[in-house]
Design a protein around this ligand. Structure first.
Ligand SMILES: Cc1cc2nc3c(=O)[nH]c(=O)nc-3n(C[C@H](O)[C@H](O)[C@H](O)COP(=O)(O)OP(=O)(O)OC[C@H]3O[C@@H](n4cnc5c(N)ncnc54)[C@H](O)[C@@H]3O)c2cc1C
Length: 404
């Protein structure tokens, strides 16, 4: 294990390191002292004018893994609602705890948590630890990390499971670093050996291998678990649950992040749900020309989709990309403008009911996929098409179109 050490012969007690330490881990009295809150960020080493600080490796400073036991689950809440993955983690945590003949605990962080505590206590957990404070209503990395550190150093869980949600993916690496332990992210399966080693299984190398990862020398064993891959726990009212509200020290709430407000993201209809798509590729000369594609899409009541190069150019969001590494679409009508028809693109659109392709190169592979092809410059064809569609619309509106 590595730790920060000081060469007292070199240290001139200048205080440069104490004032630069973001964790207040260095104190200057008769001599420089290093506290356990040191996170090995190395800022002090860089700043020390006499090179008195250094990192030391000490193989004798091993974690006493026998002093850790039980399973802890992070009960993530947002806007006062528990995340679905919490119940999946409770089911898995219960299974692991039973196998090891240990206890299952849940930690809940938030404010006005009474209802959530009541709900959690309906499930087969042995204890719920609660940090309740208005400053903890919403996730902020530093306070959440601080309170979890407080709990971990107190109850010393052997296993700590967190949902691989946006919050979990931010929180878990911080806890792992602070505890100097390993973390397996995004597990899809979890088991435990009789000796207490957690077997953390997740896809690796593009899904070609299922890696089994263990953390034999460090505790807690920290894993984030992909939501919806495990069964949810069922309520079990005959299971007694001990409820413990934890003290919150003011320094735990310190944060450089100020919560202002939450703005709900507007839900965009996905291109996978559109009946008509007007898709465009590298035939487009510049981003502004997307207006032309938008205009055609509007006149057809369609959505705009793109090929990957346009996403890479930053001209369109990834949610609009059709193909192997984008979305698979199946609209009634797919109009491909300036798209060559590369296999990776075609894989995402070839099942469309009717495909029209516009390309100035008559040998473009898209013409092997489409039902109707137009060989020509889309900058000439699209304005004509838009004009025709407008005229048809007007005729329909005036009931002058045959069979309108
Ligand atoms: C692992 C991997 C995954 C990939 N996943 C995807 C994916 O999900 N989706 C995807 O789209 N691609 C994907 N690609 C990229 C893919 O291989 C192609 O590079 C890409 O689809 C080509 O996009 P394009 O047709 O827009 O561009 P190009 O291949 O450059 O074709 C442009 C076409 O526009 C025509 N053109 C030019 N000017 C005009 C004009 N004025 N009027 C009419 N036609 C014109 C040209 O003749 C040409 O045929 C992936 C590639 C890899 C390696």
């Amino acid at each position: 294990m590595s730790y920060l050490a000081v060469d007292h012969d070199r240290c001139i007690l200048c205080g440069e390191c104490t004032s630069s330490c973001p964790f207040n881990a260095l104190i200057l009295e008769d001599k420089l002292e290093i506290l356990d809150t040191c996170r090995l960020c190395k800022i002090c080493i860089e700043i020390c004018p006499t090179d008195a600080l250094f990192i030391k490796q000490d193989s004798s400073k091993k974690t006493d893994i026998s002093s850790f036991r039980d399973v802890l689950v992070f009960a993530e809440q947002r806007d006062g609602k528990l995340s679905g993955v919490v119940f999946e983690l409770i089911a898995k945590g219960r299974e692991l705890a039973t196998k090891l003949n240990q206890k299952l605990y849940v930690v809940l962080i938030g404010s006005k948590t009474e209802e959530l505590v009541e709900k959690l206590s309906d499930y087969p957990v042995d204890g719920i630890y609660i940090y309740d404070h208005k400053e903890l209503s919403y996730y902020r990395a530093e306070p959440y990390t601080a309170v979890l550190e407080d709990l971990i150093s107190d109850i010393r869980p052997s296993i700590f499971l967190i949902g691989a949600t946006q919050v979990g993916r931010s929180l878990a690496p911080k806890i792992a670093t602070r505890q100097r332990t390993g973390l397996t992210a995004d597990c899809t399966f979890i088991d435990v050996k009789p000796n207490g080693d957690l077997v953390q299984i997740r896809p690796a190398f593009g899904g070609n291998v299922m890696a089994q990862i263990v953390t034999p020398n460090h505790r807690p064993q920290l894993a984030t678990v992909r939501p919806k891959v495990m069964e949810q726990a069922k309520p079990s009212l005959d299971h007694p649950t001990k409820i413990s509200y934890r003290d919150i020290k003011p320094q735990m709430l310190q944060s450089g992040i100020r919560f202002v407000s939450i703005e709900p993201k507007l839900k965009e209809v996905s291109i996978t749900e559109a009946d008509i798509l007007v898709a465009v590729g590298r035939g487009l000369k510049k981003a502004e020309d997307l207006n032309l594609i938008e205009e055609l899409a509007q006149s057809l009541g369609a959505m705009v989709a793109v090929t990957r190069p346009l996403v890479e150019l930053g001209w369109a969001p990834q949610t609009r990309q059709v193909g192997l590494s984008g979305r698979t679409v199946r609209p009634k009508l797919f109009i491909a403008c300036g798209i060559s028809g590369a296999i990776q693109h075609v894989a995402g659109m070839s099942s469309s009911d009717f495909i029209i392709a516009i390309n100035k190169d008559k040998t473009a592979p898209i013409f092997d996929t489409c039902h109707f092809g137009l060989v020509g410059d889309m900058y000439e064809i699209l304005p004509l098409l838009i004009k025709e569609l407008r005229e048809v619309k007007t005729l329909v509106a005036e009931s002058r179109w045959p069979n309108a």
